[in-house]
Design a protein around this ligand. Structure first.
Ligand code: FES
Ligand SMILES: [Fe+2]
Length: 412
């Protein structure tokens, strides 16, 4: 059961720049609170619009206990609905992905139009008004091909995010892509540990040999840990991107989001084992394969890489206090031909290995946090993005829990 006072007291114990108090990672009640305060409130990355290209294409996901279906209606508009029948609540679409001309509940076959309206409810009496029983909608926004979903009645404003990231991502023309591969990994760790793990590369040198063949582990152009060669690499690449009109300087996303273009190691072009291209057909109208990668993160559940030749989306959804689903999708140009322009194994093997390594790290992290000896520990300077994330998270939880009630003193 959610105890708002308990959450408020744990928040009061939190030290900025330190990992969170134990309960935030372990308690099932805290998982419920996270779902309410974060996942049922905020904008969540759901999928790319190219996954539901044609009318009737749909994709399902679960946000906490809420089954949701996202689909393209007959007019080509992206819509989201609670995937719960208005008769007696059965989940309607059971598959993760599919195409349907109408949504038919498997229980008693109520039939819904793609705009959510109830079309047919057999055997219901003559005075039954179908217009009262359409599917409950949820908010969706499509930004540079990315579908964001919000279950809140009044969603937070996304305009700053949209304005900041569009100049970075639009040149990659995500609306002209297709999914080359997707996978879902169930991780044995709290969702916040998955995000914390992703927000730093302090762990990369000892754990990610495949990733470091291409990725530069510094997070900022003026990273104080960056050696002279890194500064020189940045100067050369950014001069080239300036000439191409491609933005690179970090966007001002505060704690809410981050967007930056950073180079790969000298000579590397893509996330492949040898740093060579992953797809010979470049995205959009690009002719230069050496565009580094736009790294975009949005709290609470999404990070992405936009390269010259492919796009990778990562979507995090919590399943319980100690289990989290991570879905990864690799997109290539819609006209790229498998076996000719790209090889799925070559395209995906670096991040499949990296995801597995990160999953192991997060589960080991979760196990250690269970210790009676666990105390929040200090973030290193290179873990500054964890401070951003935990500050963002704490603010969401404070808004949910309110101020801690004064501890009651027993009357004498
Ligand atoms: S619950 Fe859907 S038709 Fe009965
Ligand atoms: Fe990692």
């Amino acid at each position: 059961m959610i105890d708002r006072d308990h959450i408020a007291r744990l928040l009061a114990q939190r030290r900025e720049g330190f990992s969170l108090p134990q309960g935030f990672y372990l308690d099932e009640a805290m998982h419920e609170a996270d779902v309410r305060a974060v996942f049922e409130t905020e904008w969540l990355f759901a999928c790319n619009a190219c996954e539901i290209k044609k009318p009737g294409d749909y994709l399902t996901l679960e946000v906490g206990s809420n089954p949701v279906v996202i689909l393209r209606d007959r007019d080509g508009q992206v819509r989201a609905f609670h995937n719960s029948c208005r008769h007696r609540g059965s989940r309607i679409c059971g598959k993760e992905k599919g195409r349907a001309t109408r949504l038919v509940c498997p229980y008693h076959q109520w039939v819904y139009e793609l705009d959510g309206s109830l079309l047919n409810a057999r055997q219901m009496p003559a005075d039954f008004d179908r217009s009262d029983y359409g599917l409950k909608p949820a908010h969706v926004e499509v930004i540079c091909g990315m579908i964001y979903l919000c279950l809140a009645e009044t969603p937070p404003d996304l305009s700053r995010f949209r304005q900041a990231i569009t100049p970075f991502i639009a040149p990659h023309q995500p609306d002209r892509t297709k999914v080359a591969f997707e996978m879902t990994l169930i991780e044995e760790a709290n969702w916040k540990l998955i995000i914390e793990n992703n927000r730093e590369c302090y762990h990369c040198a000892a754990n990610h040999p495949e990733l470091l063949a291409s990725l530069v582990e510094f997070a900022l152009p003026d990273d104080p840990l960056g050696p002279a060669q890194f500064q020189e690499l940045i100067a050369r690449k950014t001069a080239k991107w300036d000439a191409l009109g491609l933005p690179h300087a970090p966007a001002d996303g505060g704690d809410e989001f981050r967007c930056i273009r950073l180079p790969f190691h000298e000579g590397a072009l893509s996330f492949t084992m040898d740093g060579g291209p992953a797809c010979t057909k470049l995205l959009g109208d690009f002719t230069d394969p050496d565009l580094g990668s736009v790294r975009m993160f949005r709290a609470p559940n999404n990070w992405n890489h936009f390269l010259a030749d492919n796009i990778i989306h990562f979507r995090v959804l919590p399943l319980s206090a100690g289990r989290t689903s991570l879905r990864t999708t690799w997109l290539v140009h819609e006209d790229a031909v498998e076996g000719v322009d790209y090889d799925v194994n070559r395209l995906t093997e670096v991040w499949i290995a990296t995801n597995e390594q990160d999953s192991d790290l997060a589960s080991v992290n979760q196990r250690g946090i269970r210790s009676m000896a666990y105390r929040p520990g200090p973030y290193a300077p290179s873990e500054f993005m964890l401070t951003h994330f935990t500050n963002w998270y704490a603010r969401q939880m404070e808004a949910f829990a309110g101020a801690p009630a004064p501890l009651r003193v027993a009357a004498e």
